[in-house]
Design a protein around this ligand. Structure first.
Ligand code: HEM
Length: 504
């Protein structure tokens, strides 16, 4: 008996060697991109910083070149530190560079894999992307929602007037209000809105469940098969509870729209447009896709624009000349008898440049969202093995001194004149088939906030109790979506006329 097991073992080993050799021989022969030295098993685990990864990635770029590879517990990562190379790789070869990593806790067990950001590359991915494109993918389709942006932004100005010191929470509330109106035609309640609380709870659980070190199952995937009654499998119960929060977040607003549609009182929205278009052939699957892509809109769009608009307040308090120039342009073009609106956009080149510089100066998604490579590929002479996760170092792409002069300065002028610097939208929204599908909406939200706030308020640095000016530091939090570190600023109406306009 024992010997037959040994024989079987022996055969298995021989079989494994043959298969491995075959697999290896099929692998294109090229070196991996250079990078820091790897330790056995751990790989580069000890080289990984605990925060502000983009700065370490940029240092590696200086040392090893624009394509760097590292490995952690056998998982290959490729960091790209050049926009041109990121485009060559993630856009021109997008057919094989567009998958996402599998996230065991957040994606598989809790269920976030049904939202666009984590959905694997395939048919359902294409359906979601088509829906996004149809409803908010172009300036023309987005213009249907401009009135919503303008109304909610006016409420934002009113909140700034009443409680300027709470500007971060006004920014967050406005972003949520705009997204829920666009995704589901739902107007949020002034206080403690149930859908907003649910969405905030679910998005926080998303962050916790997708943090690589947060749950052991993220590092050891087979643990996902352990039943929930097994000692130590508490994560299964957490996943179940978080899965229900997510399901409620997805279902609640969706059934709200359906009820409104059946009583004929639904406001036009992403969901109502798609439900109407699908009315003839509504299947369970079509409804699932509409429901989850609408939820993807909220989860992808609420925190990101918040971060950009927050950064705008920081930039303006640090760079008062920019405020003065933008206000002079607004006063000359729009005057002081109305607020700027989207139809003024073409006539406000400096304000447009301020909005662009906000997107460059503060990288909202500083290390991008990883793209998983679906086949072995030789890129620029290097082997990028199947399954590698590619991270475009977006922060560096937007602060690369080879591309942007004085990259830490907030200088909208860089985008004006006969030789403008490259458009940051080529990098800040990601790349290829995974490029941010909410970018037109994001830009609209940033633009209308920039234009209307500058037209009605003066933003400046605060002073301490001794009258000394406090200069806020330029720093951003770690995490996939990165925010400016908390700071204070004065926000005061520019004139009595401005107050009247805000309250009109
Ligand atoms: C300033 C604001 C924003 C920035 C800087 C931003 C940036 C990004 C980036 C870098 C990615 C990853 C792209 C890649 O993998 O290459 C992304 C993906 C995504 N964004 Fe945005 N985003 C913003 C606003 C929005 C808004 C307003 C929405 C929704 C309305 C949205 C929805 C999404 C979704 C659903 C994905 C996943 C796409 C996919 O995996 O196919 N984003 N965004």
């Amino acid at each position: 008996m024992l010997s037959s097991i040994h024989i079987l073992d022996g055969l298995a080993v021989i079989g494994l060697i043959v298969v491995t050799k075959r697999l290896l021989s099929r692998r294109p022969s090229a070196p991996l991109p250079p990078g820091p030295k790897r330790l056995p098993l751990l790989g580069n685990l000890l080289d990984m910083p605990t925060g502000q990864e983009w700065l370490t990635f940029a240092d590696w770029g200086k040392k090893w070149g624009d394509i760097v590879s590292i490995s952690i517990f056998g998982q290959e990562f490729v960091v790209v530190n050049s926009t041109d190379l990121a485009i060559d790789m993630l856009e021109k070869r997008s057919a094989i560079y567009s998958d996402r990593p599998v996230m065991e806790m957040g994606g598989e067990l809790v269920g976030w894999k049904n939202t666009l950001v984590l959905i694997p590359y395939g048919e359902r991915f294409r359906t979601y992307r088509k829906m996004f494109h149809q409803v908010i993918g172009t300036n023309v389709s987005m213009s249907n929602f401009h009135p919503i942006e303008e109304q909610e932004t006016q409420k934002f100005l009113q909140a700034l007037l009443t409680k300027p010191e709470d500007f971060p929470s006004h920014i967050r509330k406005t972003a949520g209000a705009i997204i829920l109106r666009i995704s589901h035609g739902y107007k949020i309640q002034e206080k403690d809105d149930p859908f907003v609380s649910l969405a905030d709870k679910a998005t926080e659980q998303f962050s916790l469940s997708t943090a690589p070190g947060g749950f052991l199952v993220n590092l050891i995937p087979p643990l996902k098969h352990i039943p929930e009654w097994f000692p130590g499998a508490g994560f299964q119960l957490t996943a179940k509870a978080w899965g229900s929060t997510l399901q409620e977040m997805v279902d609640g607003p969706h059934y709200f729209v359906k009820d409104q549609m059946s009583s004929g009182s639904a406001d036009p929205s992403f969901t109502s447009n798609l439900l109407e278009a699908e009315a003839e052939a509504t299947t369970e699957e079509a409804e699932f896709d509409i429901k989850w892509s609408a939820a993807s809109l909220y989860s992808g769009g609420s925190d990101t624009t918040v971060s950009s608009i927050h950064a705008f307040f920081l930039a303006i308090s640090l760079f008062p000349d920019v405020q003065a120039k933008a206000q002079a342009e607004i006063d000359a073009v729009v005057g002081d008898s109305r607020l700027p609106c989207f139809s003024d956009r073409e006539q406000l080149p400096y304000v447009n440049a301020v909005a662009l510089e906000v997107l460059r100066w503060h990288a909202v998604v500083p290390t991008g969202v990883p793209h998983r490579v679906m086949e072995d590929n030789v890129f620029n002479g290097y082997l990028i093995p199947k399954g590698s996760l590619v991270l475009p170092n977006v922060w560096f792409l937007l602060h690369d001194p080879r591309v942007y002069r004085d990259p830490m300065e907030f200088k909208p002028e860089r985008f004006l004149g006969p030789t403008p610097e490259p458009d940051p939208r080529n990098a800040c929204f990601g790349f290829g088939r995974r490029i941010c599908p909410g970018r037109v909406l994001a830009e609209a939200s940033v633009w209308i906030s920039v234009a209307t706030v500058l037209s009605t308020f003066n933003i400046s640095k605060v002073k301490d109790s001794n009258g000394k000016v406090i200069v806020p530091t330029i720093a951003q939090t770690s995490g996939t979506i990165s925010h400016p570190v908390a700071f204070q600023c004065n926000i005061k109406p520019r004139s009595v006329k401005a107050v009247e306009l805000i309250n009109a």
